[in-house]
Design a protein around this ligand. Structure first.
Ligand code: ADP
Ligand code: MG
Length: 260
């Protein structure tokens, strides 16, 4: 077990590494005949960064969406911080607040300023004052390096800037966990690193993260663990060094030979 680590005083993230935060137990899901999640079992501890990789269609996005309850599951259980995922209602809204999600396509509100994108949920859901929400949003924008864009509309920003705003927006709810589904896949190459740097910073500060990405540099630098998925199953689970240097299965070897 890794040592307990205290987040910096200015951070909104409280860190206690080592205890299970997300427990995924015998999870199955079908889309008609397709067994999209096939007996998924894994535990993500607090402060851990888990990278999920695998071929297109292997179920990575479905797994992320199931953890955030954007998708239902057929059987098995997913628990977050000791609580089983709620079906609906206020408990589900609370879960969504606790689990940040960053998508490939940024998903910012196009008709709100950058600042409003960040303050909307804290004001509506957490019912904090606009003044407090603005101050915190500016702090977060500072942290992801786009504070000078606060008054602009999302379309006026580059893709990399927009994705950093999306990350700041998810942080504004003080999530226990952030899920990122291919957060750099839609970016031009020169913008990928500015987003990866923000993600690495979050990892260093102890944020618990589940990140679907094929960015091996990020995985090697920031991940505690890699999950390799294929055909709806977790086929391998290993440290990044073991996975990339010594993949065990033919499927992982084949996949890596195509992307490396
Ligand atoms: P990945 O993110 O690894 O590329 P996905 O989780 O998006 O994979 O999809 C896994 C499989 O499930 C794919 O074959 C996809 O076509 C299928 N799928 C995803 N969403 C749906 C849906 N809403 N209805 C039917 N099939 C779906
Ligand atoms: Mg996907």
């Amino acid at each position: 077990m890794e040592p307990t680590q205290q987040a910096p005083a200015t951070s909104n993230i409280s860190v206690r590494r080592g205890e299970p935060l997300v427990v995924i137990d015998h999870v199955d899901k079908h889309y008609g005949d397709l067994h999209v999640l096939n007996d998924i079992n894994t535990v993500v501890n607090r402060g851990e960064v888990v990278v999920v990789i695998g071929p297109s269609g292997s179920g990575k996005s479905t797994l992320c969406r199931a953890i955030n309850r954007l998708e239902t599951i057929d059987s098995g259980t997913i628990t977050i911080d000791g609580e089983r995922l709620p079906e609906e209602g206020a408990a589900l809204a609370k879960l969504r607040a606790d689990v940040g999600m960053v998508f490939q396509s940024f998903n910012l509100f196009a008709h709100k300023t950058v600042l409003e994108n960040i303050t909307l949920a804290p004001i509506r859901v957490k019912r904090i004052s606009r003044k407090e929400a603005d101050a915190k949003a500016m702090e977060l924008l500072e942290r992801v390096g786009v504070a000078n864009q606060a008054k602009k509309m999302p379309a006026q920003l580059s893709g990399g800037q927009q994705q950093r705003v999306a990350i700041a927006r998810s942080l504004a709810m003080n999530p226990k966990l952030i899920l990122m589904d291919e957060p750099t896949s839609a970016l031009d190459p020169e913008m990928i690193n500015e987003v990866l740097d923000v993600m690495i910073g979050l990892a260093e500060q102890g944020m618990t993260m589940i990140v679907v990405t094929h960015e091996m540099g990020f995985a090697r630098k920031a991940a505690n663990r890699v999950l390799f998925m294929d055909g709806g199953r977790i086929v391998e689970e290993a440290t990044p060094a073991d996975f990339f240097d010594h993949p065990q299965s033919d499927r992982a070897k084949d996949f890596l030979s195509k992307i490396l």
